[in-house]
Design a protein. Structure first.
Ligand SMILES: [Zn+2]
Length: 89
């Protein structure tokens, strides 16, 4: 699995990880080194967590609606694709 180090906008690093434990280890190091400003996440396949590619939250492999109020009429990926499987494209 490929993991990327990101602040949500830019990608600062790439690493191959063998497991989610490996990812957690990288995150622990990053927390210490960057004061929690950067996050390691799996590239491309987020099962649970934040999909930085689409800027949307994912739970159980499905996109979750954003937290914005209805009146805001936002165009967030999570709103437009709520409930869709992350691999359904
Ligand atoms: Zn939104």
């Amino acid at each position: 699995m490929k993991a990327i180090l990101t602040d949500g906008i830019e990608v600062f690093g790439e690493r191959d990880v063998a497991s989610l434990e490996g990812l957690q280890n990288l995150q622990d190091q990053a927390d210490e080194a960057t004061d929690r400003n950067l996050t390691w996440c799996l590239q491309g396949r987020v099962i649970d967590g934040y999909d930085y590619t689409h800027q949307a939250w994912v739970v159980d492999g499905k996109y979750v609606r954003c937290g914005h109020p209805e009146s805001m009429n936002c165009k967030c990926y999570g709103r437009l694709h709520e409930g869709e499987n992350i691999n359904a494209r």
